[in-house]
Design a protein around this ligand. Structure first.
Ligand SMILES: Cc1cc2nc3c(=O)[nH]c(=O)nc-3n(C[C@H](O)[C@H](O)[C@H](O)COP(=O)(O)OP(=O)(O)OC[C@H]3O[C@@H](n4cnc5c(N)ncnc54)[C@H](O)[C@@H]3O)c2cc1C
Length: 379
């Protein structure tokens, strides 16, 4: 076995970092996770796990837990502004016959599943901490932490998300996420009985609304909106429910029903701009590697950001397990990850662009199908 990546530091205890911690512990590596957020909580409503995310989680034994905690999904149904059904893009069951094509679950449940698995794996977790400096030699990375402590590692994995500090420390400030000109509104509400998979409502210039099932009793209602050009508008937190209802006002059918019945002034509405980033290959320098949103972030149009983060973690563990020296393992990691992530970043950006420009005859169905095909190819 290659001994050059035995002791591994993971910076960031989100989806990428936690999956990597479990996968790397399963191949016998010594793993330490540092997470900036002292509460280790997660912000957001729910997440769609496409079949490729389930397939990757299956390799570390966590897919079934996610399905048990969520709601199965089988494709995407498209409707017009008033709720008239247009077409459905079915999803292949790519994780295998015993798994649904996709799964929706709350972010907090996914986080709890990953956190439990990391605790059980024997990884060390340090909360409320980040890196202050990283210095590499040929044989190790020397790290000072924000509390003044110090340690050396064989490999540092930057899994610290869109605004990655590790990316800035190692790759410089040149690579920053770009706001694409769209924002997303979401709110958890009781599930309508008919909503058994993703529903999207094309509101033309009013944006795209949708429902995503998350559990037998829960779904979220979303709106992807294109605000006027300029930076994303900001709202005080207490104004979000009213602003969300106002933006959903042009929609009829089930969207109007959910808006009027369930988005109340007390509702927790999550509002996020869409940002994108694709770090050129390779995503490593020496013994520091970036994974997840730190390396590639995409809009949510094909719901593949977290799936790519999970796949990164699984592929990294597979390549390190091969026993080859670290440079070869990281090189092969890039060969397996770059083009795949790039294709999905580009598809997401294209779908976002079509919505922003209100492109007539945009082939949304074709591109959505293409994203499913890419997701289905083996990693
Ligand atoms: C509106 C919206 C909807 C989405 N829906 C989906 C979906 O349905 N399906 C899907 O697959 N993807 C979806 N995504 C994308 C998905 O959320 C991300 O791709 C995914 O969260 C990336 O995981 P990550 O671990 O790389 O980053 P994060 O989830 O951002 O985790 C990063 C972690 O690092 C920590 N951290 C940050 N800085 C530091 C630091 N300096 N030191 C230590 N720790 C640090 C953070 O606290 C956090 O815990 C969506 C994104 C958006 C914006």
């Amino acid at each position: 076995m290659d001994k050059s990546a035995q002791k591994i530091l993971i910076v960031g205890g989100g989806i990428a970092g936690l999956t990597a911690a479990v996968a790397l512990r399963q191949i016998g590596r010594e793993v330490e996770v540092v997470e900036l957020n002292p509460q280790w909580s997660v912000y957001g409503v729910g997440i769609i796990q496409q079949g490729n995310a389930l397939r990757a989680l299956d390799r570390i034994g966590l897919a079934e837990k996610c399905i048990a905690a969520g709601h199965p999904m089988g494709g995407v149904r498209f409707y017009d502004l008033q709720g008239t059904f247009l077409f459905e893009v079915p999803q292949p069951p790519i994780a295998g016959p015993h798994y649904p094509p996709g799964n929706g679950l709350t972010r907090s449940r996914l986080h709890a599943i990953l956190q439990d698995a990391v605790r059980q794996s024997g990884a060390t977790i340090r909360l409320g901490l980040t890196v202050a400096t990283l210095a590499q030699s040929e044989s190790e990375v020397s790290v000072t932490f924000s509390d003044g402590s110090f340690a050396s590692y064989d490999l540092v994995v930057g899994a610290d998300g869109l605004k990655s500090l590790v990316r800035r420390l190692v790759f410089g400030s040149e690579y920053q996420p770009t706001y694409v000109g769209q924002v997303c509104w979401r709110c958890n509400v009781p599930r309508l009985p008919d909503v058994t998979t993703g529903w999207l409502f094309d509101g033309g210039p009013h944006g795209k609304a949708g429902f995503i099932p998350l559990a037998p009793d829960l779904m979220y209602i979303l709106l992807v909106e294109t605000p006027p050009p300029g930076p994303p508008p900001r709202f005080p937190r207490e104004c979000l429910p009213a602003a969300y209802r106002e933006r959903l006002a042009p929609f009829g059918g089930p969207v109007a029903l959910v808006r009027d019945r369930y988005i109340t002034d007390e509702s927790e509405v999550i509002y996020r701009p869409f940002e994108t980033l694709l770090l050129p290959s390779p995503w490593y320098r020496g013994r520091v590697l970036l994974i997840g949103d730190a390396a590639h972030a995409m809009t949510a149009h094909v719901a593949q950001g977290a799936a790519m983060a999970i796949e990164d973690a699984i592929v990294l563990a597979e390549e390190l397990e091969s026993g080859d020296p670290l440079p070869q393992a990281l090189d092969r990691f890039m060969q397996r990850r770059y083009e795949r992530c790039k294709a999905l970043v580009e598809i997401s950006s294209q779908l976002s662009q079509w919505e922003r420009d209100q492109t007539p005859d945009a082939d949304v169905e074709g591109l959505t199908r293409r994203s499913f095909e890419i997701a289905a190819t083996p990693i």
